[in-house]
Every structure is written in C-alpha cells, then in structure tokens.
Ligand binder design. Structure first.
Ligand SMILES: [Cu+2]
Length: 65
C-alpha cells in the first residue's frame, strides 16, 4: 500500500470526493481515506505520484509529497 497526505478535508463529503477521484485513476485500487489522519492509502500498480497528486489538487485539496 502507498499513502499520501491530503490537506483541506473537513468532513465525510471531502473524504468521499477524494476517494472517488483516486479510484477513477486506472491502476489505483482499494482506496481508504482517513479524515483524522489527513491521509489516503491505496494499492498502486504503476500510477505516477504526480498523477495522484494532480487528481487530488484538481478537486480542491492539497496533496503532500
Ligand atoms: Cu467536506
């Protein structure tokens, strides 16, 4: 599993939006977003980190490195 910090989430709607955005990436599966930890974890089969970061920022949240 891979993890990434996600800043700016405030409620379960944000969690759902981030989950959906990541699941839409081909190669990313089993997405779990932890609101309290401000972190998403997922199985990644080859998706570039930059693509993952951009999927998060495109919906208005701030991805970590
Ligand atoms: Cu929210």
């Amino acid at each position: 599993m891979e993890t990434i910090k996600v800043s700016g989430m405030s409620c379960q709607h944000c969690v759902a939006a981030v989950t959906k955005a990541l699941e839409e990436l081909h190669g990313v599966d089993e997405v779990t977003v932890d609101l309290a930890a401000a972190e998403a974890s997922f199985a990644n089969s080859g998706v570039a980190r930059e693509k993952i970061r951009s999927a998060i920022s495109q919906i208005g949240f701030d991805p970590g490195d």
